[in-house]
Design a protein around this ligand. Sequence first.
Ligand code: ZN
Length: 297
Amino acid sequence: MHNSITVIYIISDRRSGSTLLENMLSKSNETVSVGELAMLKGHIKKEGPGEIWNWNCSCGKPVLQCDFWSKVLANIYDENFETKITWPYKSSKALSAALLPSITKNNLLKFIHTKKNIQTTKKLDEVYAAIANISNKKFIVDSSKDPMQALAVSECKNVDAKFIWLSRDLRAITYSKLKRWKVNKRSDKKPMETLTDSFYYKRICSAVLKIIGNKNTIKINYESLAADPQKELDKICKKFGLQNYAAPEFMELSNDHTIAGTPGRFERKKIAADDSWKDFYKQNKLLNVLGKVFNSL
Ligand SMILES: [Zn+2]
């Protein structure tokens, strides 16, 4: 058992490059990247998001048959197993927290202090310990994204939790979500609603970051990361005490055992900023202006 386990948790919205960052961080000799740990139970049960890859681990095997996860879960998987913090995304309390982060700390903490979430937090602690033990790595990269899950991880007793807030232009996030939903027909939300929802999500992330504090957090934006991966990785290494290493040129899986992530992660791809959203806003001027305003808030 390790005395000190460090979890590097990526907070972000969907379609913001969290899988790219997770993949980049997995290339360090000191890390083990597990993908989105919050989705572990769903992948074991084959429920919820993950149908496209049949909820398999990125190695291609079902989680309980995978070399890595079968060992991690050997002594800790039971019928009450849970790795996902649940919270009322659109409740008025969360909304007020998004708008007035300074006075609503207690409301957000209440979300993670329900009986069920306290149990889940304890289980996450056990899972991280088992991952450290099996991988023999000091740093665990968890790209679960969810800000309330991050708050729970910050309360895990056995881990030293560090956080990266990965942000991206809200117009790009909106365009990318709409495009993805069109492909998998999961939602028929309109552009304006998608943009305001993304803004709202960003405000929740901001409120959570304020509670966690600056000492253990770093803010990175997708655009800078894609333009100069080495520079942004060096910043992260310096902040969290990792040794510097060469940034990869390609996003690719190599002996990874990661849970969930962007559907495009199975292809080897050159790392470059995705600007394909820009044309969309030439035809959507009001949305473009509103997106710029939301970006600045
Ligand atoms: Zn695997």
